[in-house]
Write a protein that binds this ligand. Structure first.
Ligand SMILES: C[S@@+](CC[C@H](N)C(=O)[O-])C[C@H]1O[C@@H](n2cnc3c(N)ncnc32)[C@H](O)[C@@H]1O
Length: 274
């Protein structure tokens, strides 16, 4: 059977889990053959010899298991990051958080940044790629995440700019002396019913407490108490009001909420007045 015929044969098996089933079969074929899209387009009529392997991973994908965990990578900010089970898969809206932080950091010489909950390392690695002379401390409570984030930092050759530390918030950070704290923390309410695909991702990367914004509240408080001037965070679409209330109770120069690509409230940047 040719590659073209294989795509046709298997794409219906993914119709329930994705709106781009043929594209996903192509991605799985490229993964199995270790080839890129240009090669694929030039070789649709070539015989496909890994049907048994494809069958197995299509079956897995049909259970809503994320394709990013199968192929071990995900796109973020135009780059390919490594992914693995037990670590959150990068989401496109987090690119906006990176851009917001970049706009502030470009105006600071030799900026020092701390990231809470680095996960796969996408935020810290992207900032290290975008900002000269930046130094970042990237923390997480999850060993798997720290291991993966370090691999991504090495992949993009920015590991000399980032220190990875296992820490619950700032607990294991010896000297908290930073220009900015950045975080895409868990912010979903504990009892929220997750969609099928998200159920394969780690709960401690998703759930922020009974209401959902508990960890965000802690991050705002400890950043303020640690005299860090800037804080940029992602948040849930329905969390603007309570977070704005907390932020307004603290001394600040500027509070800016931003929206995601679907026009939902998705995050904020604050400049504290210290
Ligand atoms: C939503 S994920 C974000 C991962 C990554 N920064 C991203 O944007 O894709 C949240 C991360 O915060 C970590 N985390 C949860 N609670 C934490 C805490 N108390 N201190 C440090 N990290 C924490 C989780 O392990 C997870 O990796």
């Amino acid at each position: 059977m040719t590659i073209k015929q294989t795509i046709k044969k298997y794409n219906h098996e993914l119709k329930e889990v994705t709106h781009i089933p043929s594209k996903e079969i192509e991605i799985l074929i490229m993964y199995l053959l270790d080839k890129n899209i240009i090669w694929l387009h030039l070789n649709y009529d070539k015989e496909f010899e890994k049907e048994n392997e494809l069958q197995k991973i299509v079956k897995k994908r049909a259970t809503h298991y994320p394709i990013e965990y199968i192929i071990g990578k995900a796109s973020f900010y135009g780059e390919q990051f490594l992914t693995c089970e037990q670590v959150l898969i990068p989401r496109p809206e987090t690119e906006i958080l990176v851009d917001k932080a970049k706009d502030i950091l470009e105006n600071i010489q030799n900026p020092k940044v701390i990231e809470i909950g680095t996960g796969s390392g996408i935020i810290s690695v992207m900032l290290a790629l975008l900002i000269d002379n930046i130094k970042i401390t990237a923390i997480d409570i999850n060993d798997k995440a720290l291991e993966l984030a370090q691999k991504n930092a090495i992949k993009f050759k920015v590991d000399h700019k980032i220190d990875f530390i296992k820490s619950d918030l700032f607990d294991n950070v010896s000297e908290v002396n930073y220009d900015m704290c950045i975080s895409n923390p868990p912010y979903i309410a504990n009892n929220y019913k997750l969609p099928y695909n998200v159920k394969f991702e780690p709960g401690n990367a998703l759930f922020g407490g009974e209401v959902g914004d508990e960890l965000l509240n802690n991050i705002i408080s400890i950043t303020y108490e640690s005299n860090i001037k800037y804080l940029c965070c992602e948040m849930g679409y329905d969390q603007r009001e309570p977070l704005a209330k907390l932020l307004k109770s603290l001394k600040s120069k500027k509070i800016e909420f931003y929206k995601d690509y679907s026009d939902f409230d998705r995050g904020f940047c604050v400049e504290f007045n210290k």
